[in-house]
Design a protein around this ligand. Structure first.
Ligand SMILES: Nc1ncnc2c1ncn2[C@@H]1O[C@H](COP(=O)(O)OP(=O)(O)OP(=O)(O)O)[C@@H](O)[C@H]1O
Ligand SMILES: [Mg+2]
Length: 384
């Protein structure tokens, strides 16, 4: 029996005893017997039928014991009637107390079941909203993919015939060096158009990442080197900082390179000349969630994650933009300057590694976008 119930039972017994003593001291005073409703009400709160029956029996018995006390002659009959009324009241109180407590218990159980159902409904609703979002995104992407594919196909056919004719022109006997120069320019530009179409296709039909364990510098180095000239031209300082003892990272170098270039391009666009952008690489213990999603793809992951934070001191973003930043086609750039796919595709890529991409931004202060990926601690050979 729980401690709380034992205390209630002890109080009920004490009250019962006090009443019995009082009844004995002041015989034939049935007011005292009415007080037996107190232990009955106390025991009712324990919601135990057997205990209640025992209590009622004890209380009714105590009520009639009062009859043993000497009463005034001729009053015995009246005393029996009075005490029977008291016993009836006690039984009624016990019944009402018990049904009330049982109803309360039923209500509590129903309330708990309802709360559980509401919770699972809310969870299901959240999942549904997520799934709907995902579907919307996939539908929009699929539509763009289809558009790009059909444009590529339609443009590709005349392009082939132009290329063939340009080649044929170049082989004509009467072609002067000046004309050949122009033909070369046409040929180069044609190749550019073909590359643009291929790039568009690759941005909508993503290659699946093929990650392996590698040192994080392998990814950071080439990306910052590639972006350095653009930073230099805008007079924005680009620094990178690597904490000591960073574990190996689970990465597809090519894919991660693309993500970093996306993030650095965004950071550069948001930062005014003389501002700075910093790439900070660190590691920390993985949360349970990170460990679960990481180990699904990188089984031999240690319980560590590698973090690559791209921090800028740029214009930052209002809260509403932060909420939408990862939506496909969300862009605040002018038409033709941004597709709004950079962050969306970067997040998809990082998630396909078993990692996550998060963004924190404050308007006027800057933005930090953090890539979190599974890490693997390697013990150097010879160290036990
Ligand atoms: N570092 C940043 N600072 C301020 N705003 C940012 C930053 N990174 C992203 N944003 C905001 O989020 C929007 C979406 O970024 P995202 O990279 O997805 O698309 P985009 O840069 O507009 O276009 P794209 O990358 O396709 O050329 C941007 O238009 C910009 O408003
Ligand atoms: Mg971008």
């Amino acid at each position: 029996m729980p401690k709380q119930n034992r205390i209630v039972l002890a109080i009920a017994s004490a009250v019962f005893l006090v009443i019995v003593v009082l009844e004995t001291v002041a015989p034939a005073n049935i007011v005292g017997a009415y007080a037996l409703v107190l232990p009955i009400l106390l025991v009712a709160t324990l919601r135990n039928r057997l205990l209640m029956v025992a209590t009622v029996v004890a209380c009714v018995a105590a009520t009639y014991i009062g009859l043993m006390q000497p009463t005034k002659p001729g009053r015995f009959q009246a005393a029996v009637v009075n005490r029977t009324v008291v016993a009836g009241v006690l039984v009624m109180v016990a019944y009402m107390g018990m049904t009330r407590e049982e109803r309360k218990a039923r209500e509590e159980t129903t309330r708990q079941a309802l709360a559980q159902q509401t919770e699972s409904l809310l969870r299901a609703n959240a999942l549904l909203v997520d799934a709907k979002d995902q579907l919307n995104r996939s539908e929009r992407l699929a539509a763009v993919g289809q558009l790009v594919a059909s444009v590529a196909h339609e443009v590709g056919t005349p392009l082939h015939s132009i290329a063939w004719h340009v080649q044929a022109l170049g082989e004509e006997p009467g072609v002067t060096p000046d004309m050949r120069k122009r033909i070369t320019v046409i040929d180069e530009q044609l190749n550019r158009v073909v590359r643009i179409i291929q790039d568009l296709l690759s941005s909508t039909r993503q290659r699946k990442p093929d990650p392996s364990w590698m040192s994080v510098e392998q990814v950071i180095g080439p990306a910052t080197a590639l972006m350095e000239p653009a930073f230099h031209a805008k007079e924005v300082v680009l620094t990178s900082e690597l904490a000591i003892g960073v574990p190996l990272v689970w990465a597809d170098a090519g894919k991660l390179h693309q993500v970093l270039v996306n993030l650095l391009t965004n950071a550069l666009a948001a930062t005014a000349p003389h501002g700075s952008v910093d790439v900070h690489v660190g590691a920390r213990a993985a949360t349970a969630e990170e460990l679960e999603s990481g180990q699904r793809l990188a089984q031999d992951m240690s319980s560590m994650v590698v973090t690559v934070a791209v921090r800028d001191t740029g214009i930052g973003m209002p809260a509403s933009d932060v909420q939408n930043a990862f939506q496909p086609f969300f862009t605040t750039k002018e038409v033709g300057k941004g597709t709004g796919l950079g962050l969306f595709l970067s997040r998809e890529t990082v998630q396909a590694h078993g990692g996550r991409l998060s963004l924190v931004s404050k308007q006027g202060q800057g933005t930090t976008v953090t890539i979190t990926l599974p890490g693997k601690v390697v013990v150097p050979e010879g160290v036990v």
